[in-house]
Design a protein around this ligand. Structure first.
Ligand SMILES: C[S@@+](CC[C@H](N)C(=O)[O-])C[C@H]1O[C@@H](n2cnc3c(N)ncnc32)[C@H](O)[C@@H]1O
Ligand code: SF4
Ligand code: SF4
Length: 364
C-alpha cells in the first residue's frame, strides 16, 4: 500500500507542467476524479438541481465504477454526484477498489442522515474524508432548505460516526460543507458553533450555485454589510475554537469586490486549473470538466466514455481542448464558469494544499 501511495503521489505531480503551461492536450491524466456512482437520493433540497429536475435514479454497477476508476488511476476520488453516496448498496466496494488498486484518497459529501446505521461500515471502508452538507445552521433554516432533514438527527449521526471512529481506532476526517445561499448567509457563525459542539475540526463555506446566471458566491445579492458581519463573526468564532475554515478567502473577496454592484462584479481573477487536474464522470460515463457543471445539466458535456471513445480519447479530444483554451484565455463560454464561486487558481490551490481544506471538487 505504501508503494502504491508513493507511486500515486509521483504520478500526481505529472499534471503540474500541463496545468501550469495550460497545455490544451495534457499528457497526464487528471489526479482527481468525481465519480457519480449513484443518482438515487432520498431528499429534494431546495438549493439542489434536483429541486428543478430529477433524471433517472440509478446505481452504477460496481464493475463499471471500477472500470472508470482504472481508466484514470486517480490520486484523489470524490465519490459523489447528484445523489446520496451512502444509498449505493456497494459504495464501500468502490472505495476499497480505489484505495487497494490505486492508493487513492477517497472522500464524499453526504447528508449525514445514514451515519447512525452505517457508522462502523464507514470507518472500516478506508474513506479518508466525509463532508457533511449544511444548507443552514439553525434547526428551522436547516430543515427548510434540506428538504425536512432534522439538524438534531444529523448532529446525532455525526456524533455516532465520531464515536465509532474512536472505538475502532480508525475512520475518516469529518468536516462540515456549508452552502452559503441568500437564505443561509447570516448563519455562518452558528455553523461554527455546531462544529465546535460536535468536535468537528473544519468547515468549508461554499457559495451556492444557482441555475439562473450570475447569482452565486459574491456575485450574489446578499446585502454585503450583513454578509461581511456574518463572515467576521464566524471567522472570530473559528479562531476561538481552533476550527479550520476558508473564511479568509471570503474576507479577501469581500474586500476586493464587495463594493461593486452585483451585476458588475468581475469574473474571478486568475486561471482555473480544474480542467487540467480533475474530471467528473457522470452516471452514464459522460465527462464534465467539473462538479459545478452538474448545476447546468445541458452544457459542459465533453463526451461519453465508451460511446465517443476511450477515456484518453475524450480527455484529449476536441471538446475538452476547446474548453481548456477558453479557460486559458479567460473567455469562459460555459455559464457555470462565468459565474463560478470557487475557481481553483494556482494561489487557491496552494492555500488549499497548505490547510488541507479543499473546495467541493477535491478531497484528500
Ligand atoms: C449534490 S450533493 C450530493 C451529496 C449528498 N446528497 C449531499 O447532499 O451531501 C453534493 C454537495 O452539493 C451541495 N449543494 C447543494 N446545493 C448546492 C448549491 N446550490 N450550490 C452548491 N452546492 C450545493 C450539497 O450540500 C453537497 O455538499
Ligand atoms: S443536495 Fe444532496 S441530499 Fe439534497 S437533493 Fe441534492 S443530492 Fe439529494
Ligand atoms: S471555473 Fe469554476 S466551474 Fe469552471 S471549471 Fe473552474 S471550478 Fe469548474
Amino acid at each position: 500500500m505504501a508503494v502504491r501511495k508513493t507511486l500515486g503521489r509521483a504520478r500526481a505531480l505529472r499534471v503540474i507542467p500541463d496545468a501550469l503551461l495550460a497545455n490544451d492536450t495534457p499528457r497526464a491524466r487528471p489526479v482527481h476524479m468525481h465519480l457519480e456512482h449513484t443518482t438515487v437520493c432520498d431528499h429534494v433540497c431546495s438549493t439542489c438541481i434536483r429541486a428543478e429536475r430529477i433524471d433517472d435514479e440509478v446505481h452504477m454497477p460496481v464493475d463499471e465504477a471500477c472500470a472508470h476508476i482504472d481508466d484514470i488511476g486517480p490520486r484523489f476520488l470524490s465519490l459523489n454526484g447528484i445523489g446520496e453516496p451512502l444509498l449505493h448498496p456497494q459504495w464501500d466496494d468502490i472505495v476499497r477498489h480505489a484505495i487497494d488498486r490505486h492508493g487513492a484518497s477517497v472522500g464524499f459529501a453526504t447528508t449525514g442522515t445514514h451515519f447512525a446505521d452505517q457508522a462502523e461500515r464507514i470507518c472500516a471502508s478506508g474513506v479518508g474524508l466525509v463532508k457533511v452538507s449544511f444548507h443552514g445552521a439553525r434547526p428551522r433554516t436547516f430543515s427548510r432548505l434540506a428538504s425536512g432533514r432534522k439538524l438534531e438527527v444529523v448532529e446525532g449521526g455525526i456524533a455516532a460516526l465520531l464515536l465509532a471512529k474512536k472505538r475502532l481506532g480508525r475512520g475518516p476526517e469529518v468536516r462540515l460543507n456549508y452552502v452559503v445561499s441568500d437564505k443561509s448567509y447570516t448563519e455562518l457563525g452558528e455553523a461554527i458553533r455546531v462544529a465546535a459542539r460536535l468536535g468537528v475540526s473544519a468547515v468549508y463555506f461554499k457559495g451556492a450555485l444557482v441555475t439562473a446566471g450570475r447569482n452565486s458566491g459574491l456575485a450574489g445579492e446578499h446585502p454585503i454589510e450583513e454578509l461581511k458581519d456574518s463572515v467576521a463573526e464566524a471567522a472570530s468564532l473559528a479562531e476561538h475554537h481552533g476550527i479550520d475554515t476558508n473564511l479568509p478567502r471570503w474576507t479577501r473577496e469581500i474586500a476586493r469586490i464587495g463594493d461593486v454592484p452585483p451585476d458588475q462584479r468581475p469574473t474571478p481573477r486568475g486561471r482555473c486549473l480544474i480542467p487540467w487536474i480533475s474530471v467528473f464522470v457522470r452516471i452514464d460515463g459522460t465527462l464534465l470538466p467539473c462538479c459545478n457543471c452538474t448545476w447546468h445539466p445541458d452544457e459542459g458535456h465533453m463526451g461519453q466514455v465508451g460511446k465517443d471513445g476511450t477515456f484518453d480519447e475524450v480527455w484529449r479530444g476536441e471538446t475538452f481542448r476547446k474548453l481548456r483554451s477558453e479557460v486559458r484565455d479567460g473567455t469562459y463560454s460555459l455559464t457555470i464558469c462565468q459565474d463560478c464561486p470557487d475557481p481553483v487558481t494556482a494561489p487557491q490551490f496552494a492555500e488549499s494544499a497548505l490547510h488541507k481544506l479543499w473546495p467541493g471538487f477535491l478531497s484528500g
